[in-house]
Design a protein around this ligand. Sequence first.
Ligand code: KG4
Ligand code: ZN
Length: 340
Amino acid sequence: MKKDFAILGIESTCDETSAALLVGGKKLLSNVIYSQIEEHKKYHGVVPELASRAHAAKIATVIHEALAGRDIDCVAFARGPGLPGGLMVGRVAAQTLANFKKVPILGINHLEGHLFACEFEDGEVKNPLSFPLVALVVSGGHTELWYVRNYGQYKVLGRTRDDAAGEAFDKVAKLLGLPYPGGPQVSAQALKGRRDAVDFPRPLLPGTWDFSFSGIKTAVSYYLRDHQDVSVPDVCASFEEAVCETLVKKTLLAARKYKVKHVAVGGGVAANTLLRQMMSAEGAKLGIDVRFVPRKMSSDNAAMIALAAYKRLQAAGEDALKKKWNININPNLKVKNWGK
Ligand code: KG4
Ligand code: ZN
């Protein structure tokens, strides 16, 4: 690839419409994000039909702004996992642009993007990940634990069996009458509460690397049903502690079991301050270096899709640009285990 190889990334899997321009796998010239939060707020969650309409309404403008008249060498879009309507909008936009510009097109796994977003700092790719590592990708739609041997070489260790961690934050916020998205709201309330006020369960599911967060959410709903004069900050602090402790324990256990010295955490929930503090402190005790995605890059954005595409092209070698990459959308796209 030439030194100033320019990739236009497109992200439309959930409730952010985004386009970004990454040059030379290093410099981020733009990362335009249109957030649909205002559209979904009154429903306390993402409404797929509204999301599709908003993506369709915004994608052309977002791409136009991200490109700003510049030339590109490749288009990459998130082909899954995500909501079908949004994925279709992303694919059509990406394919139209790629045909018009006569450049190759790649379909990228959104969750891979969340992992690679860890390498950004101040609009540049500055901090390469060290391998092997254990990755925790934790967002509103996903909670997954991977052993990562190198770029593109994954072994999925476990994933949530029910709610994603961010989804649990959002549902608990709704139970408490706090606005959507719930993560930052619950976290802000938690600062004023006692973490040991309520003993919510820590679902460790021994013997597997899977997670389960719907039980903690249900425990919160029973607690609210059975108690009067509830302290919202105390419930938030105790809930947050239970979720974070579960994530930290399982991730570091996996790191020890797989004998890795590095852990990387990406996705919207990676913005959580308690999770960052707990994981870093517990990791340090074990001599494990913990890397978090920068807060600004933790939620959905197209820069991470462009970077994941760059990594893939690099790993694929000389013929990468002649290859026909998979651009079919897949709402349930899974990260492929290496060797399979
Ligand atoms: O990665 P993301 O933007 O979208 C998905 O791919 O799902 O993640 C959004 C999720 C939401 O559930 C939101 O409540 C959660 O990330 N979140 C947080 C925090 N900031 C965002 N959860 C806990 N603490 C936070 N500070
Ligand atoms: Zn995401």
